[in-house]
Ligand binder design. Structure first.
Ligand SMILES: Nc1ncnc2c1ncn2[C@@H]1O[C@H](COP(=O)(O)OP(=O)(O)O)[C@@H](O)[C@H]1O
Ligand SMILES: [Mg+2]
Length: 370
């Protein structure tokens, strides 16, 4: 009986939870996803999580209750995975559950700063009867790192090519890039907004959670002035290691750059899509990446318009979605947390200091016994 792991991710898009049930090849340790379950957040939970991203009234109390609600969502996904697999919880070594980031301010304030993921791993252990690994980021922050991105170590394990430089672009709410060049330390960093601004604009104007396939953006024209003012954000030009979140790319940030109210909403959407693609392309240029392939994952890989713009901005680089490398876009981040949970069990490092800037490799995550 192969030991199983569950990985659970709910990212900055606030769309819901993606969970995978995975096993690992006993010889090489290669991860194989056996099942995937996606569970959207209901509107009240989504709204509350969105609200908790900003300072607000009685927020400690509200955060604690939101954490309980999240644990129940995570438990539903975990139990659905077991049911699909016809597996028993005793076969699962651990659940790697990321939690919901509501603040990400590493290295700020007192120099250490913090990163905060809402979660109640004790409740999740009670509801599932399975051991939980959680709070993956804080140890890296304590060691002087950004605590993010964490997926590059996993991207390296699954997507690195011994003969070619490969880049991985995860387009969640925020986008992050991983550069994997043969014989060099991996690089990885947040590179700008992913879907967060496009989702926001689509919700505001069409009342839909996101612009499916980027079809609305495709109807608009890119507004050069707006695009330049978005790209002028100084954070974009800063050198890695770097990470960001809704702390920066939020409605206030966008509205401050949208003073002209006569703009056609579809043109703004086209510009936000172009911004996401351009920010990623600029980072590849800034780091003189020579990737022959860009593997795109996260929900943004389903945005056909975005994928087209990435391909246009990166001539000479083949832009593919991660499904073409065996791991469908919405499974990659969840699989990363199954992989990170296993690293914790093996007492092996989960971070890459070359990525996060931490003082050294660290075993990541707290352990909550079954
Ligand atoms: N069919 C689609 N067309 C365009 N965008 C999509 C599609 N499916 C998902 N997305 C985008 O992907 C987001 C979810 O991506 P995900 O990788 O789960 O991000 P996160 O990790 O931040 O939760 C959605 O909010 C949406 O913006
Ligand atoms: Mg998501």
């Amino acid at each position: 009986m192969t030991p199983l792991y569950i990985g659970l991710m709910s990212g900055t898009s606030l769309d819901g939870v993606d969970g995978v049930l995975a096993d690992f090849d006993s010889a090489g340790g290669a991860l194989r996803v056996l099942h995937h379950v996606a569970r959207p957040f209901d509107e009240p939970l989504r709204q509350e999580l969105m609200a908790l991203n900003s300072p607000g009234d009685n927020e400690l109390h509200r955060a604690a209750l939101a954490a309980n609600r999240l644990a129940r969502e995570y438990a539903q996904v975990s139990l659905a995975l077991l049911e699909q697999a016809g597996a028993d919880r005793s076969q699962v070594v651990a659940i790697g559950a990321h939690g919901q980031t509501v603040r990400h301010r590493p290295l700020e304030f007192d120099g250490t700063g913090y990163t905060l993921q809402l979660h109640n791993p004790s409740l999740l252990a009670e509801l599932t009867g399975i051991a939980i690994v959680s709070d993956f980021r804080s140890r890296d922050v304590a060691a002087g790192g950004h605590g993010a991105p964490l997926a590059p170590a996993f991207h390296q394990a699954v997507f690195a090519d011994p003969d070619h430089e490969v880049a991985v672009l995860n387009v969640g709410g925020i986008a992050n890039l991983t550069l994997l060049a043969p014989g060099r330390d991996a690089l990885g960093f947040d590179c700008g907004p992913g879907n967060a601004l496009m989702d926001l604009w689509c919700q505001r104007h069409l009342g839909r959670p996101y612009d499916a396939e980027g079809a609305w953006a495709a109807q608009g024209r890119v507004l050069p002035e707006l695009l330049s003012s978005l790209l002028a954000e100084p954070w974009l030009a800063s050198a890695p290691p770097k990470s960001t979140g809704r702390d920066l790319f939020n409605p206030g940030w966008l509205d401050a750059r949208l003073s002209d109210t006569t703009l056609r909403p579809e043109d703004v959407q086209a510009t936000l899509c172009e911004f996401t693609a351009s920010a990623a392309a600029q980072h590849l240029r800034m780091l003189q990446a020579a990737a022959s392939t860009l593997i795109v994952c996260g929900g943004g890989a389903y945005n056909t318009q975005l994928m087209g713009r990435l391909a246009a901005l990166l001539p000479g680089t083949e832009v593919i979605d991660s499904g073409q490398r065996g791991l469908p876009p919405l499974q990659v981040e969840a699989a990363a947390f199954a992989w990170l949970a296993r690293q914790r069990v093996l007492e092996a490092p989960g971070n890459l200091p070359s990525v996060t800037g931490a003082q050294g490799p660290r075993v990541l995550g707290g352990w909550f016994a079954a």
